[in-house]
Design a protein around this ligand. Structure first.
Ligand code: FBP
Length: 551
């Protein structure tokens, strides 16, 4: 029996592309430092908090001599948070950089996410191990986890583990929270005079870790291509059978980047953008009415089928739901013991009685299943787990009910049958597209170059991504540059600002330009499966979001 698929075997041999300037011997590459920097806001507060790492310059690379790159060192690596295609390649790039510097250097992978460095659970990444994971999806080489690495006690424990293993640099591959904590860890070690460098790498399929310096987080490219393939297939089915409305919820937590990108790739009949809902303060009824409008118009032309995209975090952007969720979070945190004693059948009534009148009415109007999902266990930060709320089913039910009313009034004569889908886990561990394979490998390789340049508190960065990889521009961004102060657990804390969909941005404007046409006239695009071998315009193309944003 075969142990690996033919594609996987072929992908092991794929050599990811690197930016031109970092090719060759790592000792022939030197860092070039720019001018001191400022954070995006709250400069004075952050300067006072981050005495050792605030204001560091942006780093770029050029040819030169860096003998330090040949020093023997030990490096640790952590995968943090949700899986994203390409994680293995960040480790592969880092491994190759480390070994290019000195064959005796070692790379240790901490197991199960950030908890691995606290508890001293690790594995040495050998060439045999990494070779069996090159260009593959998943995080299974060392696993991931959602433990937050944020307290001084955890930093001290991690330090002990690193000292035991002779590790002098740690690379943390994660999203906005993990990178925030990586920078705070760097600051902590620097303030204690400990020579341990900490470098971050921007990961998340959600695409919400991006800014002027980080053009995209890795994994977004592959995940949106996988979802778009599936959406395209469903569109073709809808257009063949002509009898269903498919409501497809897409992962992405708060931001609607995934939903927007998939809409641009597949041209569905409607895509909800949560950020627009919030800006225009649309009620749930208005969101439903917009879909009803699409269904009615299409029915007038005899089309009783369609595809509607729904972003995962929608519910939290609808004003009355946002208030309701905030009240529920508070109530379930404060009266957890009392709630636990209420019989399942009485829970909805108990909750309604404990809410303000407006929220009680919003809560009562919801179907029983959604009520129950809103009351499920909170995540470790006390937030409702949006991926578990079946908004797509809620919308089908509400759209169906409204259409019944319109039918009774003689305003709608079509047929409506809704089917629901949720795409998220289908894409998080897909084999990385060439873009993600190359981008991730470069991020890992550049992380080593930042270490070899003696830097800490930086995020590995590769820019100019809409161009071919040879023109990519590698560098390092001081993470403190991306910080602002936000209220967290009742305290003002430094954090990387989460990037939501920009309503002034080119991708959203592009969607708005075409959405009414796509709503009425079936204009589906069928992107098909990710291609790994073939013409560059098919295999290496970046996302529409990246292309539009870089124009
Ligand atoms: P990260 O932000 O950690 O990359 O995770 C992204 C994500 O895939 C979200 O889109 C989704 O809401 C969440 O993870 C689900 O995570 P889990 O499977 O741990 O509940």
């Amino acid at each position: 029996m075969e142990k690996i698929s033919a594609l996987q075997k072929a992908r092991f041999a794929y050599q990811p592309k690197l930016p031109e300037v970092v090719k060759g011997n790592v000792a022939d590459i030197v860092v070039k430092l720019g001018n001191p920097t400022e954070s995006v806001s709250d400069q004075e507060a952050l300067k006072a908090l981050l005495k050792g790492t605030y204001g560091m310059p942006v780093a770029s690379f050029e040819k030169g001599t860096n003998a330090k790159a040949n020093d023997k060192i030990n490096v640790g690596v952590i995968l943090s948070g949700g899986q994203a295609p390409g994680g293995h390649n960040v480790i592969a790039g880092l491994f190759d950089g480390v070994k290019n510097g000195n064959k005796e250097s070692k790379l240790y992978g901490f197991l199960g996410g950030p908890s691995g460095i606290i508890e001293g659970e690790y594995v040495e990444i050998t060439s045999e191990l990494i070779d069996s994971y090159r260009n593959t999806g998943g995080f299974d080489i060392i696993g991931s986890g959602r433990t937050k690495l944020e307290t001084n006690e955890q930093f001290d424990k991690s330090l002990e583990v690193c000292k035991k293993l002779g590790i002098s640099a740690v690379v943390i591959i994660g999203g906005d929270d993990s990178n925030t904590n990586a920078a705070l860890m760097a600051e902590y070690y620097k303030s204690k005079g400990e020579a341990i460098q900490v470098i971050g790498c921007p990961k998340t399929i959600d695409g919400d870790l991006k800014n002027e310096h980080i053009e995209t987080s890795f994994g977004f490219d592959t995940a949106t291509k996988v979802y778009s393939e599936l959406i395209g297939n469903i569109e073709r089915d809808a257009n063949s059978a002509k009898k269903y409305y498919h409501f497809i919820k897409l992962m992405g937590r708060s931001a609607s980047h995934i939903c927007l990108e998939c809409a641009l790739q597949t041209q569905p009949n409607w895509a909800i953008i949560s950020e627009e809902v919030e800006k225009e303060q649309k009620t749930l009824t208005q969101v439903v009415d917009e879909i009803v409008n699409v269904v009615v118009k299409r029915a007038e032309k005899g089309d009783n089928f369609g595809v509607i995209l729904v972003p995962e975090g929608l519910i939290e952007f609808i004003p009355e739901m946002k208030v309701l969720i905030a009240e529920l979070n508070d109530l379930l945190a404060k009266k957890a013991d009392e709630f636990a004693k209420v019989a399942a059948a009485d829970q909805a009534d108990w909750i309604a009685k404990n809410l303000t009148a407006a929220s009680a009415s919003a809560f009562t109007s919801l179907p029983a299943a959604i009520k129950a999902q809103l009351c499920m266990d909170r995540d470790p930060h006390g937030n409702v787990q949006v991926s578990r709320i079946e908004t797509e089913k809620l919308l089908i039910e509400m759209v169906g009910a409204k259409l019944e009313t319109l039918k009774a009034e003689g305003k709608y004569k079509g047929k409506f049958a809704g089917l629901n889908h949720f795409f998220g886990y289908e894409g998080r561990c897909a084999a990385p597209s060439n873009f993600d394979a190359d981008y991730c490998y470069s991020l890992g390789y550049v992380a080593f170059l930042l270490i070899a340049s003696g830097l800490t508190g930086y995020m590995s960065s590769v820019k100019n991504l809409a161009k071919p990889a040879t023109e990519w521009v590698p560098g390092g961004i001081p993470t403190s540059m991306m910080f602002n102060m936000e209220q967290r657990h009742g305290e003002k804390k430094p954090v990387i600002r989460k990037a939501l969909v920009e309503l002034e941005g080119a991708p959203y404007k592009e969607y708005v330009k075409y959405r009414n046409e796509w709503a009425e006239n079936t204009s589906y695009l069928f992107p098909g499966a990710i291609q790994y071998y073939g013409p560059a315009e098919v295999c290496d193309a970046p996302t529409k979001t990246l292309t539009l944003e870089s124009k």
